[in-house]
Design a protein around this ligand. Structure first.
Ligand SMILES: [Zn+2]
Ligand SMILES: [Zn+2]
Length: 646
């Protein structure tokens, strides 16, 4: 008999060789019906793998990320089989699960496939799935595995197998199909009820552009047709909210091949939006005791060798700039932290001076492969709302709480109300992975947990997720489409103060090492604006939106009055425009709707006679006839309801 420990701590005594599915059955038939994959002692296993020793077993259903992963990976085998049957002679390479679905990289030879081929591939794959074929793993010797794929002339699988050790190689069979695979499958293909291919793209074998270009087929699958329908609706909505599309429509930013890819150009509307975000944060930071600093866009290579960033970004990023005469080497700044450490080092501090909080909207540059670039979310140059706090260990808890307050203020003011926090701590089984002394780590981890607790955050503690140089707290934001974004990291750091030899004089008159906190509530202005666009669909909070109101004269006759209205709106500090083109009001309204302008102010005969405005809200609500003062009060009230003072 062996002991199987379940996640709730319960221990089941079962005969050696019992499978995870049998354990599920012994708990309940209902559970067994839903179990689709399992993990045993940190290793993914099949639901039919005989368990040979005592250990911890986790059973997964479709509701778990691990369950979805097994489901999607298993579907990739089915799709691969469908492709092989439809396009004989193709060469399969790899087919992993991804965050939403799976892909399979295929060498189609002379054949090309496009979206119009998807229906027949989906149909074939579903036919196979309906056969309820079991996924069966089997071990093969390296020699047999190699000869199997050499016979097929599949040099990709041969290369994969050559890099594996004999004795560790497994094949997975289902139906008439066999694939090289490590495992992690659902029990049988019959559970897959809906399959949808989503796109095709080029992908180099092993991500290396010197290799053959393969075709990557993306897809997703579900245990119910209804779930696929819902997912496709969500995708449609996401397309409408794509920040690249909205950024163009709202004239916020652009890219130029001449300037260079991955380098956003902010248009006047976007620059004004950014400026307002910056002012908003600067104002709150000032109250929170931060001091603004400014540092250059480049720094000597030595600076980043000292900080350790050269080891991380150096070789694989932008290469050093050389001066013509002195042969100095400068790097484009990948991080602001080293510069801020040198600001701290520019004068001596005593414990009474701490904490020091240096903030900067600092632009940094990091190389990303052109294929990885994506709108504003993956760029080569971006501006962080960065700050570094230098404090004593005793001050850590208070400083952490202050940063949490500031981050919560930012999230609330921008309409993010669905988020959780994650505290990342050490993996206590691997203490060698971390630098710094145990005592500091314990204090820092406790300070973060206490701060999260005292601030009433909904948080989870993840062990092993800390950086090697210190524990951290991240905010996980759920956007309006239910997607997760990591934001507002607060990172404790022991290594930079040491590398830059930062000190302060303690009450004992001895020199001590301060602790450093890195924090950026927005992360970067670029990524944050992208998130904000996709979360709000371009309907930014009223305090932030570039144009709050647009004046629409009914005809030329009323242009004078419209100008007067515009003037008085501006006097009330309302950001307004006028549309006095010779177009119908209907057309002007439609265009203002597309531009997501919150208020449309229509002025004609009646309004002019009564010195009033007819106000229409974005989306169609008619607010009736208002005076400029009443309208201005309405705008102020609405702004104050979201934008509180810090
Ligand atoms: Zn597999
Ligand atoms: Zn930093």
């Amino acid at each position: 008999m062996i002991d199987i420990t379940l996640p709730d701590g319960a221990v089941k005594k079962v005969p050696e060789g019992t499978t995870p599915m049998e354990v599920a059955k012994s708990i309940s038939e209902g559970l067994a019906r839903n179990v689709i994959s399992a993990k045993f002692n940190d290793t993914t296993v099949e639901t039919v793998t005989p368990l040979k020793e005592s250990g911890t077993l986790t059973l997964y259903t479709w509701k778990d990320d691990e369950g979805k992963k097994a489901f999607w990976h298993s579907t990739s085998h089915v799709v691969a089989q469908a492709l092989e049957e439809l396009y004989p002679g193709i060469k399969l390479t790899i087919g992993p699960a991804i965050e939403n679905g799976f892909y399979y990289d295929v060498d189609f030879g002379d054949e090309t496939i496009s979206e119009k081929d998807f229906p027949k591939i989906e149909k074939k794959a579903l036919e196979i799935a309906r056969g309820k074929h079991d996924y069966k793993m089997r071990s093969v010797s390296k020699a047999d595995a190699l000869s199997y794929y050499k016979e097929q002339g599949n040099e990709y699988k041969v290369e994969l197998i050559e890099n594996l050790d004999d004795g560790t190689i497994t094949f997975c069979d289902h139906s008439t199909f066999t694939d090289l695979c490590r495992g992690g499958h659902i029990p049988n293909t019959g559970i897959i009820k809906a399959i949808k291919l989503l796109s095709v793209a080029g992908a180099y074998w092993r991500g290396d552009e010197n290799n053959t270009q393969l075709t990557r087929v993306y897809g997703i699958s579900f245990p119910k047709q209804k779930e696929l329908t819902e997912y496709l609706q969500l995708l449609e909505e996401a397309k409408k909210r794509d920040h690249r599309k909205l950024g163009k429509e709202l004239e916020l930013f652009t890219f130029s091949q001449k300037v260079g890819q991955g380098l956003p150009l902010w248009l006047p509307n976007g620059a004004a939006l950014r400026e307002r975000l910056e002012q908003f944060l600067k104002k709150a930071q000032k109250k929170a005791g931060y001091e603004m600093v400014v540092t250059p866009h480049i720094g000597q290579k030595e600076l980043y060798v000292t900080s350790g960033h050269y080891a991380k970004y150096g070789e694989d990023s932008f290469q050093p700039i050389h001066t013509p005469k002195e042969d100095e080497e400068f790097l484009l700044k990948p991080m602001n932290c080293p510069h801020h450490c040198e600001i701290y080092n520019s004068q001596p501090f005593s414990y009474k001076d701490l904490p020091k909080r240096y903030a900067e909207f600092g632009t940094v540059y990091r190389y990303e492969q052109s294929g990885e670039l994506h709108g504003l979310t993956r760029v080569r140059g971006f501006t962080q709302d960065d700050a570094h706090i230098f404090c004593t260990t005793e001050q850590l808890n208070d400083e952490f709480k202050n940063v949490i307050d500031l981050t919560l203020y930012v999230l609330n003011s921008l309409g993010f109300d669905n988020f959780t926090a994650q505290v990342s701590v050490r993996d206590l089984d691997n203490p060698d992975k971390y630098i710094g002394n145990t005592d500091d780590w314990e204090k820092a981890e406790q300070a973060i947990i206490d701060a999260a607790e005292e601030k009433g955050l909904n948080y989870v503690v993840e062990s092993g997720e800390a950086a090697f140089y210190g524990p951290k707290l991240d905010f996980m934001i759920k956007d309006a489409l239910g997607r997760n974004w990591q934001l507002g990291t607060i990172q404790v750091d022991y290594i930079l103060p040491k590398r830059f030899d930062l000190t302060y004089k303690g009450s004992d008159n001895e020199l001590h090492r301060p602790v450093m906190i890195h924090r950026a509530p927005f992360g970067s202005m670029e990524r944050f604006v992208a998130l904000l666009l996709e979360h709000t669909g371009g309907n930014f909070p009223l305090w932030l939106i570039p144009t709050q109101a647009i004046v629409l004269p009914v005809s030329e006759k009323h242009e004078k009055y419209a100008e007067k209205v515009l003037n008085s709106l501006e006097n009330h500090e309302i950001r307004a425009l006028i549309d006095n083109r010779n177009e119908t009001v209907g057309k002007k309204i439609r265009e203002a709707e597309l531009k997501k302008i919150p208020f449309m102010i229509i002025v004609g005969e009646q309004e002019e006679a009564s010195a009033s405005l007819s106000v229409r809200r974005h989306g169609g609500e008619d607010l009736g006839s208002l005076s400029v003062d009443t309208f201005s009060d309405l705008v102020t009230t609405e702004i104050n309801s979201t934008l509180k003072s810090f």
